[in-house]
Design a protein around this ligand. Structure first.
Ligand code: ADP
Ligand code: MG
Ligand code: ZN
Length: 632
């Protein structure tokens, strides 16, 4: 069998049988031949009415008795048309005998119409038959095929005939240079590349080659990219399939796909097999929610295939997941995915490097300072940053510029984080006032507390993500942890928006829901995870279920304690709110002046904010001094 001609891209089955396509073709041809044959036989039979066989003697008798009107030579038979046909019979036929010398004169004598044999062209007739048959058959075939596809996934007949989109790249063309940051992950993977490069170096000593490595990290940190880079560095083919491709409605399909994937990979060793989002099949089998036959079978097949690999076959299986905690233990034991490579969120330097990598593909002008962008995007992952650069490029094109400037980058950052500006959504004047005071409330509480970060920008232009305005804060340096003081300051900042609404308008709005949510999450974490409440001390009350995804914290304490935790969280939030109200009431003049300015401008920079802030404070200090002098 010609391996090169069997495209794995179509997922052809290849269990020592003919490839599926060839089988189909064969069936089609046999079918066609049968139809042509049947058609041909029919065509050669006299078609007009019924024809009855008679003996040669009877034929001669009929001739002599003047009963024959016409005789046609049909090649091997005589076709006889009687003068007065019997009911239901229009012609007779009989075989020929070598007595033309007697028959011909007799027929002439009786004045019978004679039609000699017409030799019709064999090829013309065959081709004609073929065309007549082929056209309807082809039409039927096409229709059937379409109907099948309509039924989805190749129809019922397609089940099990693996159509998984195995994605193969002979050369990924991606190298470690394309993956910025993630130095530790790359370091672990360099080893894998070396295994693939010269496996003999290791096998000679007797070392077993590693079979699999698990890339673990939050979404968008570059796990898929790293896997491709390994293949690219080692110059080996890259087979990839997402975990969800294995999971089908029908039991057994996933397992057969695993088999196909590994069969193909073995043939192409050395190579990389990459299973993305492996948690889709690798979930722990003893899950509390009851079993899932299909998934378990698939997983078992995967385990079996991984064991079946000869360790001298330089095939390395990489898998990626952002939920390592749900994986089945059997997947993680030595000999399977025993290497775990952590792909973390990039730090400041990592973010700058990622920006640089992606900036290579776009034009930047001299105002661009990627370090500043990196500083402002704490918590962003590679995918966010790549997206940002692209947004900035689009922004630049929209504004008719030839290169990206720093402002484009910051705008893009906001678009990526907050959604696009909703230019045509109109806030009523009253809403604008409230939104303005709300945002300034946040900003002012930030500025008033020394431990909080300075403000970068305040805006009340609504965004597509639903926010009516926001305060953009800019850290001065990268922070890896937060002190309790900083957390408390942040809580006050969260509460600043709502506090301003209450102080100024004496009523509150729904605009603070997100603030409340975030504040509650932080306060709860302080109590249950960080050991920052006096009441519970260092007791761990909540465990994070997922390391890399935001959701899934589980309380592990009694209901009674849970109720007390709620009380404690409530108290922390209340204190923060009171503090915010106190700060804003004491600086009411500041709050009013900045808010009025914001209503007018819609967006103000941190610099403008600080100018007013300092002016008002200086005035207040002067006033205070005057008062003192006056008192003297
Ligand atoms: P994951 O598989 O971890 O969810 P991907 O590897 O699919 O993330 O990353 C998505 C995109 O984000 C990549 O195609 C790449 O453009 C960009 N990206 C992510 N991490 C990095 C990185 N460390 N360096 C450069 N680009 C990155
Ligand atoms: Mg991925
Ligand atoms: Zn708010």
């Amino acid at each position: 069998m010609n391996e090169n001609k069997t495209p794995i891209g179509n997922g052809d089955k290849n269990n020592g049988r003919l490839p599926k396509n060839t089988q189909n073709m064969l069936m089609f041809v046999v079918f066609l031949l049968a139809v042509v044959l049947v058609f041909g036989i029919f065509n050669n039979y006299p078609s007009e009415g019924a024809s009855q066989k008679i003996t040669y003697d009877q034929f001669i008798d009929m001739l002599e008795n003047d009963q024959v009107a016409a005789v046609e030579d049909a090649g091997s038979t005589w076709k006889i048309t009687p003068k007065d046909p019997e009911e239901g019979i229009s012609t007779y036929y009989t075989g020929k005998m070598d007595d033309d010398t007697e028959l011909l004169p007799l027929m002439k004598e009786k004045d019978v119409e004679i039609t000699p044999y017409i030799q019709n062209d064999l090829w013309v007739s065959i081709i004609w038959n073929l065309v007549i048959v082929l056209v309807p058959v082809l039409l039927l075939w096409a229709l059937l095929g379409m109907a099948m596809r309509r039924m989805g996934g190749g129809g019922v007949m397609g089940v099990g005939k693996s159509k998984a989109k195995v994605y193969i790249e002979k050369e990924t063309g991606i190298t470690f240079k394309d993956v910025a940051g993630e130095e530790e992950a790359k370091e672990s993977l360099v080893e894998v590349v070396d295994f693939l490069h010269n496996p003999t170096k290791y096998t000679e000593i007797g070392a077993k080659l590693p079979k699999g490595a698990l890339l673990v990290g939050p979404p968008g940190t570059g796990k898929t990219l790293l896997a491709k880079a390994v293949a690219g560095e080692a110059h080996v083919p890259f087979f990839s399939l997402a975990g969800s491709d294995f999971v089908e409605m029908f039991v057994g399909v996933g397992a057969s796909r695993v088999r196909d994937l590994f069969d193909e990979a073995k043939k192409n060793a050395p190579c990389i097999v990459f299973i993305d989002e492996i948690d889709a099949i690798g979930k722990s089998r003893d899950s509390r929610l009851g079993g899932n036959d299909e998934r378990e079978q698939t997983l078992n097949q995967l385990l079996a295939e991984m064991d079946g690999f000869e360790s001298n076959q330089a095939c390395i299986i990489l898998a990626a997941t952002n939920r390592p905690e749900v994986l089945d233990q059997a997947l993680l034991r030595p000999g399977r995915f025993d290497r775990r490579i952590i792909v973390e969120r990039p730090d400041l330097k990592g973010r700058e490097d990622i920006l640089k990598v992606h900036a290579k593909n776009v034009k930047l002008d001299e105002s661009v300072d990627l370090a500043a962008v990196a500083l402002a995007t704490s918590g962003a992952v590679g995918a966010d940053l790549a997206n940002m650069i692209n947004e900035a490029a689009i922004q630049a094109v929209k504004n008719g510029r030839k290169a990206i400037c720093q402002k484009d980058l910051f705008d893009a950052m906001e678009v990526v984080m907050m959604g696009k500006e909703k230019k045509n959504s109109i806030l009523s004047p009253e809403e604008r006032r409230i939104a303005s005071y709300h945002e300034v409330g946040h900003a002012l509480t930030t500025a008033l507390q020394k431990d909080a970060e300075p403000v970068q920008k305040i805006t009340i232009v609504p965004r597509t993500s639903g926010v009516l305005g926001y305060v953009l804060q800019m850290p001065e340096e990268e922070k890896n942890m937060m002190t309790q003081k900083e957390m408390e300051a942040r809580l006050v900042t969260y509460m600043g928006g709502r506090a301003a609404e209450e102080i100024v308008f004496d009523s509150v709005t729904s605009g603070a829901s997100n603030d409340i949510q975030q504040a509650t999450r932080l306060a709860r974490a302080m109590v249950t995870q960080y050991g920052m409440s006096k009441r519970f001390g260092l007791m761990g009350l909540e465990a994070r279920e997922s390391l890399y995804l935001e959701n899934g914290n589980v309380l592990n304490c009694s209901d009674e304690t849970a109720a007390q935790v709620d009380g404690e969280v409530m108290k922390i939030l209340k204190d923060a709110y009171e503090e915010a109200k106190r700060l804003l009431t004491e600086n009411r003049e500041c709050l009013d002046r900045i808010s009025e300015f914001l209503i007018e401008k819609e967006t103000i920079t941190g610099k403008e904010f600080m100018e007013i802030f300092h002016k008002v404070r200086d005035e207040a200090a002067d006033y205070h001094q005057e008062e003192l002098i006056f008192a003297e």
